[in-house]
Write a protein that binds this ligand. Structure first.
Ligand SMILES: [Fe+2]
Ligand SMILES: [Fe+2]
Length: 370
């Protein structure tokens, strides 16, 4: 258990349901993205929600002792809570609870059993509603890139949970508009549009995908090959979907065990991607080698020097640059110039000639984030 001060409360989700298995399933499904607190009983749930207003509540019809509706009414009666998004659940789409909840003002309902992606989409829609609603103001191709990449991310999460292989088309379709935007030199709205989005792994992966595509385009990579690179960027940290929220977002130094869990995301990603029958080699390489360093100090294989080709060197540079300039729930983004300066100090680890070559384009790209 983390000390409270190290756990960001920004994306706290409360599940109120009398069924312990359902609550456990929700915790498992959401743990990479949100901190989840569970309750089964109306009084305790209301007391907790009132003192820790969450980013969203998942409320079932069968709350103890009188069902979900009285609790919903009570939540809506507390002025500080009337804007907390509530996702109402029931086992029947003709449930009176769902109809009454909508009548009271609940906007999202889910009928059990539902897929993890449906829950994530519902939460994302509610929690990031304001962010995602602002996407209507950006040009259609960039909007399509954001919408398709979020959908692809949810689909990938389902495949991982279900132990199914990844059809490359999920990525290539999602990255089509993204690459189109990069080739047209119009991608900065996308970077701005996800600044306040709370799914860190998605935002980081999207930014890596964009930066890698911009890099690739600047050295002459086009069309299908650019989609391969963009796809590699989007999928490179898929294994992080299995890393618990408290480790993924920990502000203090990770323990050795936590560090190992974190580092295992590369192996988990590789295992998942290697089950794909049609994933291009370039995308796999980005995912497998983005934490390797030229001097052999990286992981998981400690590759060095000529064992790392240009694409994996680019992936490492982009991943570090993105991580430094990512805005997190517990830290502000580092200035791009400062991040690049810091990276020039990593002489033995990063390909400095590549870093120098891309410095200008990165600075220009990243300016939209400030
Ligand atoms: Fe990674
Ligand atoms: Fe990464």
């Amino acid at each position: 258990m983390q000390p409270e001060s190290t756990v960001p409360s920004k994306a706290l989700v409360c599940v109120v349901d009398a069924n312990p298995k359902f609550r456990a399933d929700v915790v498992t499904a959401l743990t990479s993205f949100y901190e989840v607190v569970e309750h089964s009983e109306q009084g305790a749930a209301l007391e907790w929600i009132a003192f820790h207003p969450p980013a969203a509540v998942i409320l079932d019809e069968n709350v103890v002792p009188r069902g979900g509706l009285p609790l919903l009414r009570e939540i809506f009666c507390v002025p500080e809570l009337d804007r907390v998004p509530i996702i109402c659940t029931a086992t029947n789409d003709r449930s009176m609870f769902l109809a009454d909840a909508i009548g009271l003002g609940a906007r999202t309902t889910l009928v059990k059993p539902f897929r993890r992606s449906a829950l994530l989409q519902a939460l994302s829609k509610e929690i990031n509603g304001k962010v995602e609603r602002s996407w209507v103001r950006i040009e259609p191709v960039q909007r399509a890139a954001l919408q398709r990449t979020t959908q692809a991310f949810n689909a990938v999460a389902d495949l991982i949970v279900d132990g199914k292989p990844l059809p490359y088309q999920i990525l290539s379709d999602a990255c089509g508009p993204l690459v189109q935007s990069v080739q047209a030199g119009r991608y900065k709205d996308m970077l701005n549009a996800v600044k306040d989005h709370d799914n860190y792994t998605y935002v980081h992966s999207l930014r890596v995908s964009i930066f890698l595509s911009v890099f690739g385009y600047s050295i002459g990579i086009r069309d299908r090959d650019l989609v391969t690179i963009a796809s590699g960027g989007l999928i490179h940290d898929a294994g992080k979907m299995s890393v618990p929220y408290h480790i993924l977002n920990k502000t203090d130094r990770l323990t050795d065990e936590e560090m190992q869990v974190m580092r295992d995301h590369v192996t988990q990603t590789a295992t998942f991607l290697r089950s794909s029958r049609d994933l291009p080699q370039g995308a796999l390489l980005i995912a497998e080698q983005h934490h390797e360093k030229l001097d052999g100090s990286g992981y998981p294989r400690g590759l060095k020097g000529t064992q790392l080709n240009e694409l994996s060197r680019m992936a490492t540079i982009i991943d570090i640059f993105s991580a430094l300039t990512d805005r997190r729930v517990y830290k502000e983004a580092m200035e791009p110039a400062q991040a690049l300066h810091l990276m020039t100090q990593l002489k033995g680890q990063l390909d400095q000639s590549l870093l120098k070559m891309f410095k200008t384009v990165l600075l220009d790209t990243a300016h939209s984030m400030i």
